[in-house]
Ligand binder design. Structure first.
Ligand code: NAD
Ligand code: UGA
Length: 478
């Protein structure tokens, strides 16, 4: 069998499929990379002439799309056609937590992966390498293999053959292109040596050999869940310490620095914040919890479940703190929320801490003005499940906020969002929030005015100097 790959098909044009395939196309000019998705609206956005309309925002992605789209990179809904012509197929579809049935609330819903496997089984030709790019529970490769193997054509037709590999993705949103261009490692799990070499050779176009790891397929699947669980665990650990810092007079930034200099601990992923968000940490840990319970490893399950519980507790802790500092009531008060994305440099809001915190504040009767440089009003509306007051209402003219209890407005301008508010809450670490002119802000806020810096990105001195009260995550210096 030849190891040479000419045609790639990726099923799923999402936060992983889109950037991953764009980088492969950019680095491998001789390979045709075809990304397919059943969502025609999403595909239309991937094909938009205006690169600002791409369905996901990732620094550097637009330049790659400009270079490769229409050359060796396509986005389409032609699923059948592209499966048929592919030498290798990446399954990069969503694997959210199940909402009903056995394992609801913990296990991953594999219906989209299974649907893909069935489509591949039906339309593939000759020999095809099938790669799990989605994050999957351990042993999913077996399910995929079973579906593929059950698909053999009648005896007079040419036999189809498949090799299944696991190749989990470790990119982070907001730095996806850099992560893909210079990954810490590429992990390939599987048994079929030819298939492993064929996939490795694609990555070898830009990644050094020593960074491409080969493992058995189950280790590869489990490593992905474990990596996310360890990263999320660090955030829950430091967030738990931030609460202790606030009670004891310690400062979490100093603690992070002091422990991070220990080379065994390391300095990354020690920034206390409003709690981890994103589509994967919670989902992948819950998956690990489900798997552990399935194998009767309840102590293991409880250990990891604690990471998620701490995160939820921490988010509500922040909401309570805001309310307490505003004299125990926020009913009829205007609070400006800066940042709705789950982290900076992405327009993704999945599991964003902003969702829980905004919901808490709205429930307590606050009127919120929400700003985010990349998240749309429609997206926030979907997440909060409350319609916004339409943007044509001038929130500065709304003198009596009691008429707007539990309502919110979307603002494009930070300074407009802040006007007349009792408090500003920074929930996403967008760089533009670090450049706010606090002197100007202070003049337009209602007094006493509070700034809640849940990301610890603001200039403390500037805020205090301008007659504003500051609460900072993990800052026990009263
Ligand atoms: P996503 O929801 O953004 O994209 C998935 C896409 O798959 C959607 O556009 C959907 O329409 C499409 N799809 C679903 N079923 C299909 C089918 N049968 N045929 C064609 N298209 C289909 O998801 P995502 O964030 O890209 O995540 C994909 C997988 O990658 C998940 O398993 C996730 O855990 C994993 N992952 C995500 C990230 C991340 O940063 N988002 C990082 C690493 C791994
Ligand atoms: C994470 C992992 O970092 C990726 O390796 C993995 O591929 C991906 O999940 C996935 O499987 O989906 P991502 O969720 O995009 O990537 O972003 P992270 O940078 O990990 O941040 C996750 C959350 O933790 C964010 O809400 C972020 O603000 C928060 N965080 C991160 C902190 O609160 N403190 C930190 O020190 C780091």
């Amino acid at each position: 069998m030849s190891n040479e790959i000419k045609n790639i098909c990726c099923i799923g044009a999402g936060y992983v499929g889109g950037p991953t395939m764009s980088v492969i196309a950019d680095k491998c000019s001789k390979i045709n990379v075809n990304v397919v998705d059943k969502n025609s609206e999403r595909i239309a956005l991937w094909n938009s002439q205006n690169l600002e309309s791409l369905p996901i925002y990732e620094p550097g992605l637009d330049k790659i799309i400009e270079r490769c789209r229409g050359e060796n990179l396509t986005f389409s809904t032609k699923i059948q056609e592209n499966i048929s012509s592919a030498d290798i197929i990446f399954i990069s579809v969503n694997t959210p937590t199940k909402t009903k049935g056995i394992g609801a609330g913990q296990a991953s819903d594999l219906k989209w992966v299974e649907a893909c496997a069935r489509e591949v089984a039906k339309f593939a030709n000759g020999h095809t390498i099938v790669v799990e790019k989605s994050t999957l529970p351990v042993k999913t490769a077996e399910v995929i293999k079973n579906i593929l193997e059950a698909s053999q054509p009648n005896s007079n037709e040419r036999k189809k053959t498949f090799a299944v590999l696991s190749n989990p993705e470790f990119l982070s949103e907001g730095s996806a292109i850099r992560d893909l261009e210079e990954p810490d490692r590429v992990l390939i799990g599987g048994e079929n040596n030819d298939a492993i070499m064929a996939l490795s050779n694609i990555y070898r176009n830009w990644i050094p050999k020593e960074k491409i790891l080969h493992t058995n397929i189950w280790s590869s699947e489990l490593s992905k869940l474990t990596a996310n669980a360890f990263l999320a665990q660090r955030i829950s650990s430091i967030n738990s310490i931030s609460a202790l810092c606030e009670s004891t007079g310690a400062d979490v930034r100093e603690v992070s620095r002091a422990i991070g200099l220990d080379s065994r601990i390391g300095s990354k992923f020690l920034d206390s914040g409003p709690g981890f968000g994103g589509s994967c940490f919670k989902k992948d840990i819950l998956n690990l919890v489900y798997l552990s319970r399935f194998f009767d490893l309840h102590a293991v399950a409880d250990f990891w479940e604690g990471v998620v519980k701490l995160n939820t507790w921490h988010q509500h802790r922040l909401s309570k703190l805001i309310i307490q500092n505003l004299f125990g009531t926020i009913s009829g008060k205007k609070i400006c929320v800066l940042g709705f994305a789950f982290k900076a440099n992405t327009n993704d809001t999945r599991e964003s801490a902003s969702i829980n915190i905004c919901k808490d504040l709205l429930e307590e009767g606050a009127f919120l003005s929400i700003h985010d440089p990349k998240v749309s009003e429609e997206q926030i509306q979907k997440d909060l499940k409350i319609e916004s007051l339409k943007s044509n209402i001038n929130s500065n003219e709304i003198v009596d906020f009691f008429n707007f209890e539990g309502k919110w407005i979307y603002e494009n301008s930070i300074y407009k969002a802040v006007e007349s508010s009792d408090a500003v809450v920074v929930l996403t670490e967008w760089e533009e929030y670090t450049k706010i002119n606090w002197e100007a802000v202070s003049k337009t806020m209602r007094k006493p005015s509070w700034i809640f810096d849940a990301r610890s990105i603001l200039d403390k001195k500037q805020i205090i100097k301008n007659d504003l009260f500051l609460w900072r995550i993990g800052d026990g210096n009263k």
